[in-house]
Design a protein around this ligand. Structure first.
Ligand code: BDR
Ligand code: CA
Length: 308
């Protein structure tokens, strides 16, 4: 399988994305690296271990703890969106995180799998920026970095202009963009995800009717962000983290993709943390953004994954 690291701030949608990395035979998940984000750091670690248990893979993939704070500004949580990120479920085992810090694991794995490692970042980009700073050759050794973050049309989900993962650590995101990764692919929160990665009440009901432990976990852990996103007018819960991992394994899921010069607004009275996607790409582009996916294929895939 594809050597893979998932860097995550494990709320429920991240847990589901982890399930893809843990259960899809095309993936060889080498490590889960944890970054400060959605819910309290130690709760995130618990959620990652819970997901390993539910996938039947406890003890098989190391969990590395990384940054507990963004590079410059204080941590901003999203507990109002996600609750504890696990729908109150708790793991039964007592596995411990690996002693190696996340950024060191990233650097080591990029060295071991030079030119082959895929990194999927579904939280703030702090750990990635720290790995870039630690080893100037890190970025060039990664085959592809898939980032869930930013927004193509300028709308945010935390502030009017900023999407959460970039909003939490804008400096880290800019460091990553400047680092020279051979390939960066963005799964943005809007408009792509809002069209294609939304799971509305009908989809959630189909998952509930599977009656499997994984399906029950999905429905229960998903409830908090479902309610939040519906109240926000999105029409269901948004599963762009899952989409990001699946895209790494199944590039054909992307139907339209375009090259951009991407930058992060680091100042801005109203726009700090916003991503600016220059579609003229006068500098030739430092990333691509997925502009359309096969949303039905995504949902059918999730159904199959949760039916086991
Ligand atoms: C992103 O922020 C988190 O709340 C989600 O897990 C996703 O990674 C969406 O803005
Ligand atoms: Ca996330």
């Amino acid at each position: 399988g594809l050597p893979l690291v998932i860097d995550t701030d494990t709320a429920a949608d991240d847990c589901f994305a982890l399930l893809v990395g843990l259960l899809d035979p095309r993936a060889d998940l080498r490590a889960i690296t944890m970054v400060a984000g959605n819910v309290g750091f130690d709760q995130q670690v618990e959620n990652a271990f819970l997901t390993l248990e539910l996938a039947g893979r406890a003890g098989q993939v190391p969990v590395h703890r990384g940054a507990r704070q963004p590079l410059v500004q204080p941590w901003i949580s999203a507990e109002e969106v996600h609750g504890d990120g696990a729908g109150g479920l708790r793991r039964t085992g007592d596995d411990r995180p690996d002693a190696e810090p996340a950024q060191d694991a990233l650097v080591r794995l990029a060295e071991q799998h030079a030119g082959e490692l895929t990194v999927v970042a579904i939280g703030p980009l702090t750990n990635l920026a720290l790995a870039v700073r630690r080893d100037p050759a890190f970025a060039s050794r990664v085959r592809e970095l898939v980032v869930m973050g930013g927004s193509l049309n300028g709308r945010g989900n935390v502030t009017p202009a900023a999407e959460y993962n970039i909003h939490v650590d804008p400096e880290a995101a800019q460091i990553v963009l400047d680092a020279g990764f051979p390939s960066i692919r963005f799964v943005t929160w809007d408009p792509l995800s809002l069209q294609h990665a939304v799971f509305d009440a009908g989809r959630i009901e189909r998952i509930r009717r599977l009656g499997t432990p994984l399906g029950d976990f999905f429905v229960r852990a998903n409830q908090a962000s479902f309610d939040f996103d519906v109240a926000m007018g999105v029409g269901g819960s948004v599963h762009c983290d899952t989409l990001a991992v699946l895209l790494a394994l199944d590039p054909a899921l992307a139907e339209v993709e375009r090259r951009y010069d991407v930058a992060v607004e680091l100042a801005g009275t109203h726009t700090r943390g916003a991503t600016v996607f220059d579609w003229h790409a006068p500098r030739g582009g430092n990333a691509t953004a997925i502009e359309r996916i096969d949303g039905e294929r995504l949902f059918e895939y999730v159904l199959r994954l949760l039916s086991r």
